[in-house]
Every structure is written in C-alpha cells, then in structure tokens.
Design a protein around this ligand. Structure first.
Ligand SMILES: Nc1nc2c(c(=O)[nH]1)N=C([C@H](O)[C@H](O)COP(=O)(O)OP(=O)(O)OP(=O)(O)O)CN2
Ligand SMILES: [Zn+2]
Length: 141
C-alpha cells in the first residue's frame, strides 16, 4: 500500500483515526469538455478517510478499521460509478466520489453510540490528481 503524507485537519477531538484503502472502479464523464475522460475507463482509486471523536466503544475502538473499508468497498469496488443512483445523474468526478464516500461513512458513524465524525476524505484518482473533501460539521453538504 502506498504511504503518503496527508493534509491535516485542525480539530479538538481526543482521537483521530485514519484508514487507507484502494478500490478498482470504472467511470466516464459524459461531456465533450471532458475530452478522453468521456470514454469509459478505469482507475485504482486510493482513498484515505479521517475519523475523529472523544469517546471509544466497548472494544476500545473509535470505529473498526474493517468497518470503514467495508462501507466503501461494498458500495464501489469493481463497479461502474455512473450506475450508482446517489450521483443523481451527475458525473462521478473525483470530487463527487469523495463527497459520496464522506456521506456514506458519516451515515454509518451516526449509528454508533460513541458518535465519531468523518472529518476528511481524500480520493486519489491518478498518480497526479487527488481531491480532499471536508464535510461541514453539523450539516450535510
Ligand atoms: N476537477 C476534476 N478534473 C478532472 C477530473 C475530475 O474528476 N475532477 N477527472 C478527469 C479524468 O477523469 C481523469 O481520470 C483524470 O485526469 P488527469 O489527472 O488529467 O489524468 P492524467 O493521468 O492524464 O494526468 P497527467 O498528470 O497529465 O499524467 C480529468 N479532470
Ligand atoms: Zn477517470
């Protein structure tokens, strides 16, 4: 797994957890302005999610690393991103992928009693291109 430096999110939570993962997916940007990206093609997306909170569960986890990977993999690994209804017809750009991952992760975290929060999602689409999504705390975006 590629190791890299990550952008830091300022916060006052006691615990911060980061999970790296990658997944394979295809997409296309259905617009002439997207050039070659109009054609269906695939990426190995590299993803880092940053979770924070003040309280641990009974196992001593902020959230299980495996659970985070599972949320994202079950949804997107080896799929065509354009087929996912949550994009609402918008092209699955790196920005939109990062946002949807952030929303899916936060929805799962909201079910946990210790109430961790997703502070940041980094999605690297190519070796030279990545997006950082930081959800507004206290509201969907
Ligand atoms: N703001 C965005 N711009 C582009 C996106 C995107 O999701 N958000 N996506 C693409 C393409 O889908 C493409 O997969 C990535 O483009 P690019 O970084 O240009 O890929 P290259 O490997 O060709 O980059 P080089 O640095 O030139 O090798 C395009 N734009
Ligand atoms: Zn692409």
């Amino acid at each position: 797994m590629l190791q890299q430096f990550y952008p830091q999110v300022p916060h006052n939570y006691t615990f911060e957890l980061n999970k790296d993962m990658h997944l394979a997916a295809a997409h296309y940007i259905d617009d002439d302005r997207a050039g070659d990206c109009r054609n269906m093609h695939g990426h190995t997306y590299f993803i880092n999610v940053t979770i924070a909170g003040d309280n641990l569960d009974e196992l001593g986890f902020l959230v299980d690393f495996k659970r985070l990977k599972s949320i994202i993999h079950k949804r997107y690994d080896h799929t065509l991103l354009n087929n996912h209804q949550e994009f609402n017809g918008r092209p699955p750009t790196t920005e939109e992928v990062a946002r949807q991952i952030g929303l899916a992760v936060q929805a799962e975290l909201d079910t946990l009693e210790n109430k961790p929060v997703c502070l940041q999602v980094l999605v690297r689409e190519t070796p030279t291109s990545y997006v950082v999504y930081r959800p507004k705390q206290g509201g969907a975006s």
